[in-house]
Ligand binder design. Sequence first.
Ligand SMILES: Cc1cc2nc3c(=O)[nH]c(=O)nc-3n(C[C@H](O)[C@H](O)[C@H](O)COP(=O)(O)OP(=O)(O)OC[C@H]3O[C@@H](n4cnc5c(N)ncnc54)[C@H](O)[C@@H]3O)c2cc1C
Length: 283
Amino acid sequence: MSATRHTRVLIIGSGPAGYTAAVYASRAMLEPILVQGIQPGGQLTITTDVENWPGDASVMGPDLMVRMENHAREMGAEIISDHISDLDLSQRPFRASGDTGTTYTADAVILATGAQARWLGLPSEEHFKGFGVSACATCDGFFYRGQEVVVIGGGNTAVEEALFLTNFASKVTLIHRRDSLRAEKIMQDRLFKHPKIEVLWNHEVDEVIGTDAPRGVEAVKARHVETGAITEVPCKGFFVAIGHAPASELIKDQLKLHSGGYVWVEPMARPARRLVAFLRREV
Ligand SMILES: Cc1cc2nc3c(=O)[nH]c(=O)nc-3n(C[C@H](O)[C@H](O)[C@H](O)COP(=O)(O)OP(=O)(O)OC[C@H]3O[C@@H](n4cnc5c(N)ncnc54)[C@H](O)[C@@H]3O)c2cc1C
């Protein structure tokens, strides 16, 4: 059944950013509506231990997100299970259309739609997605018990994925196109000290090699970025950990974006204060 709901603040997304916005907007008495999207709780619901949440030396990602949702509800946010398929910022109030048929009108919209994993874009990567190619070690690492796996990337995500995979795999090869990592130093230390991890520097992956019956990965073809020499690295699992693309589809033709697709924002302090004052009808 179609309906129209008006709110002063519409929050799109239910990851840590969305629930944080919901807590603050509720405490500012703005009675926000938060639309959860197809992944209630966001990316942390697909991980296990989170060790950098202040106040908890270790907490399970899904548990943390349930706590955040409860916190937002207790502060007074209305949390709705729906997915926004269209957002019109050309008129006020702004209009958002939900898959459930509900139209949301809002004086302000907070986009907290997060990001999705980036892929290399190789045809062979696409072919073996779900059959040995993954972007989530915590989701799929378990399938590679006692087997060799490859991780590609050089940032925190890649190092975390490689370390996590040592819980299952017999050997983890990290392939990076440069000769140093961007990951935090403490993560790099753990990586370099790990007896199961080997790093293949200055290489890019050109192809994922495997079988079709049954479909599965056997190796990746890595090319030295300077010499062009090819090394075939045997593996049953290939984990792509080269970062994330922001989910900015809803506003890509309406707002200024950075080249990576992230929304361009003004320095925050003053606009944020002005926005709250506007919503409270103080200006
Ligand atoms: C496997 C894994 C492990 C991680 N481990 C850690 C860790 O240990 N520590 C750490 O600090 N970080 C970790 N991260 C990163 C962390 O999860 C992200 O930084 C964080 O989730 C980003 O929060 P967010 O709220 O911006 O977006 P997300 O968590 O990406 O949430 C986006 C939300 O937007 C919603 N959404 C998207 N489009 C729409 C739409 N059109 N309509 C409605 N809703 C929409 C989705 O449903 C989702 O709820 C990990 C990430 C992954 C994938």
